[in-house]
Design a protein around this ligand. Structure first.
Ligand code: 0O2
Length: 220
Protein backbone atom coordinates (compact mmCIF):
# COMPACT_ATOMS: atom_id res chain seq x y z
CA UNK A 1 0.00 0.00 0.00
CA UNK A 2 1.54 3.33 -1.02
CA UNK A 3 1.28 6.56 0.94
CA UNK A 4 -1.74 7.79 -0.99
CA UNK A 5 -3.65 4.51 -0.51
CA UNK A 6 -2.90 4.66 3.21
CA UNK A 7 -4.14 8.26 3.37
CA UNK A 8 -7.34 7.23 1.59
CA UNK A 9 -7.96 4.35 4.01
CA UNK A 10 -7.38 6.64 6.97
CA UNK A 11 -9.77 9.28 5.59
CA UNK A 12 -12.45 6.67 4.87
CA UNK A 13 -12.14 5.31 8.38
CA UNK A 14 -12.53 8.81 9.88
CA UNK A 15 -15.64 9.46 7.76
CA UNK A 16 -17.17 6.10 8.71
CA UNK A 17 -16.59 6.71 12.42
CA UNK A 18 -17.99 10.23 12.29
CA UNK A 19 -20.87 9.65 9.87
CA UNK A 20 -21.85 6.09 10.87
CA UNK A 21 -24.09 7.04 13.82
CA UNK A 22 -25.66 9.95 11.87
CA UNK A 23 -26.46 7.72 8.90
CA UNK A 24 -27.85 5.08 11.26
CA UNK A 25 -30.28 7.58 12.76
CA UNK A 26 -31.34 8.91 9.35
CA UNK A 27 -31.99 5.32 8.25
CA UNK A 28 -34.34 4.91 11.23
CA UNK A 29 -36.18 8.09 10.20
CA UNK A 30 -36.48 6.75 6.64
CA UNK A 31 -37.93 3.50 8.04
CA UNK A 32 -40.46 5.49 10.09
CA UNK A 33 -41.53 7.37 6.96
CA UNK A 34 -41.98 4.02 5.17
CA UNK A 35 -44.24 2.81 8.00
CA UNK A 36 -46.45 5.92 7.89
CA UNK A 37 -46.53 6.04 4.09
CA UNK A 38 -47.69 2.42 3.99
CA UNK A 39 -50.45 3.19 6.48
CA UNK A 40 -51.75 5.99 4.25
CA UNK A 41 -51.51 3.81 1.14
CA UNK A 42 -53.49 1.08 2.88
CA UNK A 43 -56.17 3.57 3.96
CA UNK A 44 -56.29 4.96 0.43
CA UNK A 45 -56.90 1.49 -1.02
CA UNK A 46 -59.53 0.70 1.56
CA UNK A 47 -61.30 4.04 1.07
CA UNK A 48 -61.55 3.33 -2.63
CA UNK A 49 -63.72 0.30 -1.83
CA UNK A 50 -66.22 2.25 0.20
CA UNK A 51 -66.09 5.78 -1.24
CA UNK A 52 -66.07 6.98 -4.82
CA UNK A 53 -62.41 7.19 -5.74
CA UNK A 54 -59.18 7.43 -3.79
CA UNK A 55 -59.00 10.31 -1.33
CA UNK A 56 -55.22 10.75 -1.70
CA UNK A 57 -53.89 12.60 -4.74
CA UNK A 58 -50.20 12.26 -3.87
CA UNK A 59 -47.77 11.53 -1.08
CA UNK A 60 -44.39 13.23 -0.78
CA UNK A 61 -41.76 12.37 1.77
CA UNK A 62 -38.57 14.04 2.85
CA UNK A 63 -35.78 13.81 5.38
CA UNK A 64 -34.82 17.22 6.71
CA UNK A 65 -31.41 18.32 5.45
CA UNK A 66 -28.49 18.34 7.90
CA UNK A 67 -28.25 22.07 7.33
CA UNK A 68 -31.90 22.69 8.34
CA UNK A 69 -31.63 20.38 11.36
CA UNK A 70 -28.54 22.17 12.65
CA UNK A 71 -30.01 25.63 12.04
CA UNK A 72 -33.14 24.60 13.96
CA UNK A 73 -31.00 23.40 16.90
CA UNK A 74 -29.19 26.73 16.81
CA UNK A 75 -32.44 28.74 16.63
CA UNK A 76 -33.97 26.88 19.56
CA UNK A 77 -30.79 26.88 21.66
CA UNK A 78 -30.71 23.08 21.75
CA UNK A 79 -27.34 21.26 22.19
CA UNK A 80 -25.70 19.88 19.04
CA UNK A 81 -25.92 16.11 19.52
CA UNK A 82 -27.70 13.16 17.95
CA UNK A 83 -29.53 12.53 21.20
CA UNK A 84 -30.90 16.06 21.33
CA UNK A 85 -32.02 15.85 17.70
CA UNK A 86 -33.91 12.64 18.57
CA UNK A 87 -35.42 14.23 21.70
CA UNK A 88 -36.23 17.70 20.37
CA UNK A 89 -36.56 17.89 16.59
CA UNK A 90 -39.86 16.34 15.58
CA UNK A 91 -39.79 17.03 11.85
CA UNK A 92 -36.62 15.23 10.77
CA UNK A 93 -38.92 12.77 9.04
CA UNK A 94 -41.71 14.40 7.08
CA UNK A 95 -44.59 13.12 5.01
CA UNK A 96 -47.02 15.30 3.06
CA UNK A 97 -50.36 13.80 2.08
CA UNK A 98 -52.27 15.75 -0.56
CA UNK A 99 -56.00 15.02 -0.63
CA UNK A 100 -58.74 15.95 -3.05
CA UNK A 101 -61.23 17.19 -0.46
CA UNK A 102 -60.96 18.87 2.93
CA UNK A 103 -63.19 16.37 4.74
CA UNK A 104 -60.89 13.52 3.64
CA UNK A 105 -58.01 15.19 5.50
CA UNK A 106 -59.83 14.83 8.81
CA UNK A 107 -61.04 11.30 8.03
CA UNK A 108 -57.52 10.13 7.14
CA UNK A 109 -56.06 11.81 10.23
CA UNK A 110 -58.67 10.16 12.47
CA UNK A 111 -58.05 6.71 10.96
CA UNK A 112 -54.28 7.07 11.29
CA UNK A 113 -54.54 8.20 14.91
CA UNK A 114 -56.94 5.36 15.76
CA UNK A 115 -54.23 2.78 14.94
CA UNK A 116 -52.90 1.26 18.13
CA UNK A 117 -49.21 1.60 17.28
CA UNK A 118 -49.54 5.35 16.63
CA UNK A 119 -49.17 7.95 19.37
CA UNK A 120 -50.17 11.54 18.76
CA UNK A 121 -47.53 13.91 20.09
CA UNK A 122 -48.83 17.20 18.71
CA UNK A 123 -51.63 18.43 16.46
CA UNK A 124 -51.73 21.85 14.79
CA UNK A 125 -54.80 22.64 12.75
CA UNK A 126 -53.79 25.40 10.37
CA UNK A 127 -56.97 24.73 8.35
CA UNK A 128 -59.29 25.87 11.13
CA UNK A 129 -56.68 28.41 12.30
CA UNK A 130 -54.57 29.47 9.28
CA UNK A 131 -51.16 31.04 9.89
CA UNK A 132 -50.95 34.85 9.45
CA UNK A 133 -49.26 34.18 6.10
CA UNK A 134 -52.40 32.39 4.93
CA UNK A 135 -50.78 28.94 5.22
CA UNK A 136 -53.31 26.12 5.65
CA UNK A 137 -52.67 22.43 6.40
CA UNK A 138 -53.29 19.95 9.19
CA UNK A 139 -50.03 19.07 10.97
CA UNK A 140 -49.61 16.00 13.14
CA UNK A 141 -46.50 14.87 14.96
CA UNK A 142 -46.88 11.14 15.52
CA UNK A 143 -44.70 8.50 17.06
CA UNK A 144 -44.46 5.16 15.30
CA UNK A 145 -42.46 2.04 16.21
CA UNK A 146 -39.94 0.58 13.81
CA UNK A 147 -38.84 -2.99 14.39
CA UNK A 148 -35.09 -3.56 14.09
CA UNK A 149 -32.94 -6.65 14.61
CA UNK A 150 -31.99 -5.03 17.94
CA UNK A 151 -35.56 -4.40 19.01
CA UNK A 152 -38.23 -1.73 18.79
CA UNK A 153 -37.45 1.96 18.36
CA UNK A 154 -40.00 4.76 18.58
CA UNK A 155 -39.59 7.43 15.92
CA UNK A 156 -41.36 10.77 15.45
CA UNK A 157 -42.72 11.80 12.06
CA UNK A 158 -44.32 15.06 10.99
CA UNK A 159 -47.42 14.49 8.87
CA UNK A 160 -48.77 17.40 6.83
CA UNK A 161 -52.22 16.86 5.32
CA UNK A 162 -53.52 19.31 2.72
CA UNK A 163 -55.87 19.65 -0.20
CA UNK A 164 -54.55 20.22 -3.72
CA UNK A 165 -55.48 23.91 -3.38
CA UNK A 166 -53.61 24.25 -0.06
CA UNK A 167 -50.59 22.49 -1.58
CA UNK A 168 -50.63 24.70 -4.67
CA UNK A 169 -50.73 27.81 -2.48
CA UNK A 170 -47.99 26.62 -0.07
CA UNK A 171 -45.64 25.59 -2.90
CA UNK A 172 -45.89 28.95 -4.66
CA UNK A 173 -45.74 30.94 -1.43
CA UNK A 174 -42.60 29.02 -0.45
CA UNK A 175 -40.96 29.96 -3.75
CA UNK A 176 -41.97 33.62 -3.49
CA UNK A 177 -40.92 33.82 0.16
CA UNK A 178 -37.30 33.36 -0.83
CA UNK A 179 -37.30 35.94 -3.63
CA UNK A 180 -34.42 38.29 -2.96
CA UNK A 181 -34.05 42.05 -3.41
CA UNK A 182 -37.66 43.01 -2.76
CA UNK A 183 -38.34 46.41 -1.23
CA UNK A 184 -40.36 46.75 1.98
CA UNK A 185 -43.28 48.03 -0.09
CA UNK A 186 -43.12 45.06 -2.48
CA UNK A 187 -42.88 42.66 0.48
CA UNK A 188 -45.97 44.18 2.08
CA UNK A 189 -47.87 43.94 -1.22
CA UNK A 190 -46.79 40.32 -1.65
CA UNK A 191 -47.90 39.48 1.88
CA UNK A 192 -51.36 40.99 1.33
CA UNK A 193 -51.70 39.32 -2.06
CA UNK A 194 -50.76 35.91 -0.62
CA UNK A 195 -53.31 36.32 2.18
CA UNK A 196 -55.95 37.16 -0.44
CA UNK A 197 -55.04 34.16 -2.61
CA UNK A 198 -55.21 31.95 0.49
CA UNK A 199 -58.81 33.13 0.99
CA UNK A 200 -59.48 32.06 -2.59
CA UNK A 201 -58.23 28.54 -1.81
CA UNK A 202 -60.63 28.40 1.16
CA UNK A 203 -63.48 29.30 -1.16
CA UNK A 204 -62.32 26.79 -3.79
CA UNK A 205 -62.02 23.96 -1.27
CA UNK A 206 -65.44 24.67 0.22
CA UNK A 207 -67.15 24.82 -3.15
CA UNK A 208 -65.47 21.60 -4.33
CA UNK A 209 -66.49 19.90 -1.09
CA UNK A 210 -70.05 21.17 -1.56
CA UNK A 211 -70.17 19.79 -5.12
CA UNK A 212 -68.97 16.39 -3.92
CA UNK A 213 -71.44 16.32 -1.01
CA UNK A 214 -74.28 17.20 -3.38
CA UNK A 215 -73.26 14.50 -5.88
CA UNK A 216 -73.09 11.88 -3.15
CA UNK A 217 -76.52 12.81 -1.91
CA UNK A 218 -77.86 12.51 -5.47
CA UNK A 219 -76.41 9.01 -5.75
CA UNK A 220 -77.86 7.82 -2.44
P1 0O2 B 1 -38.95 22.20 5.80
O1 0O2 B 1 -38.10 22.43 4.60
O2 0O2 B 1 -40.30 21.64 5.44
O3 0O2 B 1 -38.27 21.46 6.88
P2 0O2 B 1 -41.39 24.16 14.65
O4 0O2 B 1 -41.15 23.09 13.62
O5 0O2 B 1 -42.43 23.78 15.66
O6 0O2 B 1 -40.15 24.71 15.24
P3 0O2 B 1 -43.32 25.76 13.46
O7 0O2 B 1 -43.31 26.96 12.53
O8 0O2 B 1 -44.16 25.88 14.69
O9 0O2 B 1 -41.86 25.41 13.84
O10 0O2 B 1 -43.74 24.47 12.67
P4 0O2 B 1 -45.05 24.30 11.90
O11 0O2 B 1 -45.92 25.47 12.09
O12 0O2 B 1 -45.63 22.99 12.29
O13 0O2 B 1 -44.59 24.34 10.36
C1 0O2 B 1 -43.45 23.77 9.88
C2 0O2 B 1 -43.59 23.43 8.39
O14 0O2 B 1 -44.87 23.80 7.88
C3 0O2 B 1 -42.61 24.20 7.52
O15 0O2 B 1 -41.43 23.48 7.43
C4 0O2 B 1 -43.32 24.24 6.18
O16 0O2 B 1 -43.21 23.00 5.50
C5 0O2 B 1 -44.76 24.42 6.60
N1 0O2 B 1 -45.13 25.84 6.78
C6 0O2 B 1 -45.42 26.45 7.95
N2 0O2 B 1 -45.75 27.73 7.74
C7 0O2 B 1 -45.69 27.95 6.41
C8 0O2 B 1 -45.95 29.11 5.58
O17 0O2 B 1 -46.29 30.19 6.02
N3 0O2 B 1 -45.76 28.93 4.23
C9 0O2 B 1 -45.39 27.74 3.68
N4 0O2 B 1 -45.25 27.66 2.36
N5 0O2 B 1 -45.13 26.64 4.45
C10 0O2 B 1 -45.28 26.74 5.79
P5 0O2 B 1 -40.01 24.20 7.52
O18 0O2 B 1 -39.40 23.81 8.80
O19 0O2 B 1 -40.16 25.67 7.25
O20 0O2 B 1 -39.19 23.67 6.32
Amino acid sequence: MDVRDAALEKFLSVIKTQMGPVEEMMTYYRCAIMEIETKFKVLNEQFSLTYDGNPIESIKTRIKSYDSILRKLQRKGIPFSLESIYENIFDVAGIRVVCSFEKDIYLLADYLLAQDDITLIERKDYIKNPKPSGYRSLHLIVEVPIFLSTGKKLMKVEVQLRTIAMDFWASLEHKLRYKKNLSEKQLELLKKEMQATSEMTVELDHRMQHVRDEMREEQE
